[in-house]
Design a binder for this molecule. Structure first.
Ligand SMILES: NC(=O)c1ccc[n+]([C@@H]2O[C@H](COP(=O)([O-])OP(=O)(O)OC[C@H]3O[C@@H](n4cnc5c(N)ncnc54)[C@H](OP(=O)(O)O)[C@@H]3O)[C@@H](O)[C@H]2O)c1
Length: 363
């Protein structure tokens, strides 16, 4: 029997993530029938390069999913809220990049190196985790499994592209304005959060606010990292077996998030050499850690790569069993597009590109 060729819709195809989903699809082992590029009505008619030719962008609507097997969505939460159920009702399986479905009990939150088995319970919608969470759990999962994990404290250094194409354009305009002697504040219209009361330049600056503020002074991004990592690693967003906390900061880097991650295994017998050896063979991880050679992960080098890079592995000198890691990945590739296409490949390999009969969104 020949393998099925999937009819795929990329929702948000003109965006920072959507364009890279198309690039990952070009490299993918997925058997592809057709690919439909969907975006807002503003972009309808625009042409996007794909497999040596072009896809013509169509305005997304519930009717866009007729005859589609797989939707790879990156068009924001409000659109995913509305269109993901419509797509499933039309018979398509949706892999969604927005945060809207991630905490829903009916929706698996998947990083293929970590919890691929969660896909077997999907009911039509699968959530792709937050970019900063993905790269952190790729490195933490092997440590949790091999040595145990009591506490994680993360500080992020997140690239402008994490806030989409408009944020990247804004930072470049600010940099240019500053270098030309103009007031770069005039160009701050998106960051730190689109629609917020105040906007600040990211160029030549750091913004310790990613997404809106929530309870206890945490930002929504910080809550995402806490609860998503628990859902992926422990199967429960509110699990208490591992304590997770953090601070999320936007930095004037275009692509590639950095994370300073403090992990306490609670096991004083664990050594740096053991952590390094473990991570050297962990799926999706590349260890770049040689201080003598000044070798450590950098966003500029991780950009465009699918792997998660780990370096600066060193012990807490006063707390045996606890370690510092410096983790870097391309937020648009492993943090979004590749993880999405990787989920699609995993679904296909497990013959799960089908909406189960009991799905709450099935027509
Ligand atoms: N950037 C990252 O690192 C990252 C990582 C993980 C997850 N995500 C998530 O992925 C999603 C997209 O992020 P992004 O960075 O790619 O944003 P983006 O660059 O702003 O792109 C947004 C996309 O959504 C489309 N869109 C907006 N409104 C629409 C509408 N009413 N109907 C149909 N399409 C519409 C846009 O089409 P037009 O061009 O026509 O406006 C564009 O294709 C967000 O939910 C984000 O949180 C982003």
């Amino acid at each position: 029997m020949t393998a099925p060729a999937y009819h795929i819709a990329v929702l948000g195809a003109t965006g920072a993530v959507g364009r890279r989903i198309l690039a990952e699809l070009e490299k993918s082992s997925l058997p592809i029938g057709t690919v439909h590029a969907l975006a807002s009505a503003r972009s309808a008619g625009q042409r996007l390069p794909f497999q040596g030719g072009y896809l013509t962008v169509e305005a997304a609507s519930p009717a866009s999913f007729d005859g589609i097997d797989l939707v790879l969505a990156s068009a924001g939460g409000s659109l995913s809220k509305r269109l993901a159920p419509a797509a499933v009702a039309a018979g398509a399986v949706v892999v969604d990049n927005s945060s809207f479905w991630r905490m829903d009990d009916r929706v698996p939150l998947v990083v293929p190196e970590v919890n691929p088995a969660a896909l077997t319970a999907h009911q039509g919608i699968i959530a792709n985790p937050n970019c900063s969470t993905i790269q952190m759990v790729v490195a933490l999962a092997p440590i949790l499994e091999q040595f145990g994990l009591e506490q994680v404290i993360v500080s992020t250094y997140q690239a402008a592209s994490g806030a989409g194409k408009a944020a990247m354009d804004e930072v470049l305009a600010e940099m240019q304005a500053q270098l030309m002697g103009e007031d770069m504040h005039d160009y701050a219209a998106v960051l730190p959060v689109k629609g917020a009361a105040k906007h600040y330049p990211l160029a030549f600056n750091l913004l310790p606010q990613i997404d809106v503020f929530e309870a206890e002074g945490y930002t929504h991004e910080e809550y995402k990292m806490i609860h998503e990592s628990k859902k992926i690693l422990l199967g429960d967003p509110d699990a208490t077996a591992v304590k997770v906390t953090g601070t999320a900061v936007r930095v004037p880097v275009m692509i590639g998030h950095g994370e300073s991650v403090y992990v306490d295994t609670g096991n004083p017998a664990v050594t740096v050499a053991a952590i390094r050896e473990l991570l050297a063979t962990a799926p999706g991880v590349v260890v770049q850690d040689d201080p003598d050679q000044q070798l450590y992960p950098q966003p500029i080098e991780a950009a465009g790569e699918r792997e998660t890079f780990v370096g600066r592995i060193r012990p807490d000198l006063e707390n045996p069993g606890a370690f510092h890691l410096w983790i870097v990945a391309d937020n648009l590739v492993k943090g979004a597009a590749w993880n999405t296409v990787q989920i699609a490949e995993e679904l296909a390999a497990r013959d799960l590109v089908r909406v189960p009969a009991g799905s709450p969104w099935r027509a």
